[in-house]
Structures are given as structure tokens and as C-alpha cells.
Design a protein around this ligand. Structure first.
Ligand SMILES: NC(=O)c1ccc[n+]([C@@H]2O[C@H](COP(=O)([O-])OP(=O)(O)OC[C@H]3O[C@@H](n4cnc5c(N)ncnc54)[C@H](OP(=O)(O)O)[C@@H]3O)[C@@H](O)[C@H]2O)c1
Length: 239
């Protein structure tokens, strides 16, 4: 760990794309950064500046243990980015009930993982060491929870995100006095819709820039934060 600062971020679901870009920005800004995923990069691909933590965010015990490891090694966390997501399509697309029940449970558990991660983060956020530091819990979002119907191939992903929005929209009201920011952050197209996948693939630097701004927002803004590939906030109302 190169940084001696008390600023600590834990990115859950940290892969080569968003996680990598956000980690790099936070490290450059003086953060100690922990990266969590189910499979860790090979030893020769790991960067010395990061703490790599193996966890399956769909498993309560794994999140709790990983959090304890991060706090033990880096100190109390003041930023959490929950970026993990998975997709399991029903084997017969026109028959949503062909989805194995275990896939439904897995999807729900990954959504609940955001709640568990925040529950574990709360004592860190409230630690005296972070009294004057930004405190933020950001979930990487998409537009699925904002409409009831989606194609069956996105059904399990929608479950995860819907559970996350239910939780984030409530938490944002409950921790204002503690100055903790909660965001469900979604890249959208310039007309507010689902961006083409090619835009999403170009989006990592934008995610890093936007998350940095959200972490450092002086005031909590709409928890349902939508932004374009240019990093501009997309104005909208949240139901
Ligand atoms: N707004 C949009 O239009 C849009 C479009 C696409 C995606 N997204 C969102 O963007 C996020 C993914 O972005 P990305 O490009 O950064 O993906 P990525 O580079 O693939 O990183 C995601 C990482 O999450 C990890 N992960 C998956 N399941 C996990 C679990 N159960 N526990 C712990 N780690 C887990 C994966 O590693 P392991 O497999 O090793 O665990 C993976 O490396 C998701 O939240 C997704 O819903 C948004």
C-alpha cells in the first residue's frame, strides 16, 4: 500500500472495467483501495497498491468476512462501490418460469448483498476517523428497476437492481444526519434511455469521474443519479 492516508475505499465486484477505473482514480486521490471479486487476478497481474479480497457478494458470510479483512488491513472504510452483478437468462426465453429457482435465489442474494455491505460499512462510516471525510455508498445501476417489465433475459439482473433501489432510496433518508451519501448511479444515453453497449464499454473513465464527484458532493443529490457518457447529469424525475 503506497498511501498513508486514512481514506479507504472497498470496491465490491471489481473487474477490469468500472472497478479498475474507479480504483485507479481513488488511488490517485490518496485512497487505500480494496478490490473484491469471486476470482482474484493471477499474482503477477496484481498491482501492489491494492488489497485484493476474495468474496462472493451473494453470500452474507463472505461479505462480512471480507469487510472485516479490509478494515483490519486498511482501516475503517469511508467509500463503498457495489458494482457486482450477474445475469442468468431463462433457458426458454418465452417461458420465464423455466428459470431455475436457484438462479432466482442467486440474483436476489446479490441484490441483498448491497444491504449487507452497507450494514457492515456503517460502523466504518461513523468511525471518528472519518468525521470530516466524505462517506459514500454507490451502487452501479441500470434502468431496469424503473420499469416493471423487461425482457426475460434481464429478469435476474432486474431483481438485483430492484432490491438495490428499494434499499438505497430508503437509506438515503435515514443517514442524512450522518452525512452519508447513497447513490444508485446509472449510465444513460443522451436521450435518457439504455445506452448502446458500445457506449457502456467506453464508459469506465466516465464512471470513475462521476463516482469521484458523487463521493465528494457537498449535499446529497437525487440518489437515482443518471449520467451520460460525457459525464453530464441527466435531468429526470424519480418515481
Ligand atoms: N448503465 C448501463 O447501461 C449498464 C450496462 C452494463 C452494465 N452495467 C452495470 O455495470 C456493472 C458491471 O460493470 P463492469 O463493466 O465493471 O463489469 P466487470 O468489469 O465485469 O466487473 C464486474 C466484476 O464483478 C465481479 N462479480 C460478479 N459477481 C460477483 C459476486 N457474486 N461477488 C463478487 N464479485 C462479483 C466479477 O468478478 P468475478 O466473476 O471474479 O466475481 C467482475 O470482475 C454491473 O453493476 C452492471 O449491472 C450498467
Amino acid at each position: 500500500m503506497a498511501s498513508n492516508s486514512n481514506l479507504v475505499a472497498f470496491i465490491i465486484g471489481a473487474g477490469a472495467h468500472i472497478g479498475s477505473a474507479v480504483a485507479s482514480t481513488l488511488h490517485d486521490k490518496g485512497y487505500r483501495v480494496a478490490l473484491g471479486s469471486r476470482s482474484l487476478p493471477a499474482a503477477e497481474q496484481r498491482k501492489p497498491e491494492y488489497l485484493y479480497v476474495q468474496l462472493d457478494a451473494a453470500k452474507r458470510g463472505a461479505i462480512e468476512t471480507a469487510f472485516d479483512t479490509v478494515v483490519d488491513k486498511l482501516g475503517p472504510v469511508n467509500v463503498v462501490v457495489y458494482n457486482a452483478a450477474t445475469v442468468a437468462a431463462p433457458p426458454t426465453p418465452a417461458d420465464v418460469l423455466s428459470l431455475p429457482v436457484d438462479s432466482y435465489y442467486d440474483a436476489a442474494n446479490l441484490g441483498i448483498g448491497a444491504f449487507i455491505a452497507a450494514q457492515k460499512a456503517l460502523p466504518s462510516f461513523k468511525n471518528e476517523i472519518h468525521r470530516n471525510h466524505p462517506k459514500a455508498f454507490i451502487t452501479t445501476g441500470n434502468l431496469l428497476p424503473f420499469t416493471q417489465y423487461s425482457k426475460s433475459e434481464w429478469f435476474t439482473l432486474g431483481i438485483q437492481k430492484a432490491l438495490e433501489t428499494r434499499f438505497i432510496s430508503t437509506a438515503v433518508e435515514h443517514y442524512k444526519a450522518d452525512d452519508i451519501r447513497f447513490y444508485f448511479a446509472t449510465l444513460v444515453s443522451n436521450d435518457g434511455g439504455i445506452p448502446p453497449y458500445s457506449d457502456f464499454l467506453k464508459g469506465a473513465p466516465t464512471y470513475a469521474e462521476v463516482y469521484w464527484k458523487l463521493i465528494n458532493n457537498k449535499e446529497q443529490t437525487n440518489w437515482d443519479h443518471r449520467f451520460t457518457l460525457e459525464g453530464e447529469s441527466f435531468p429526470h424525475s424519480t418515481n
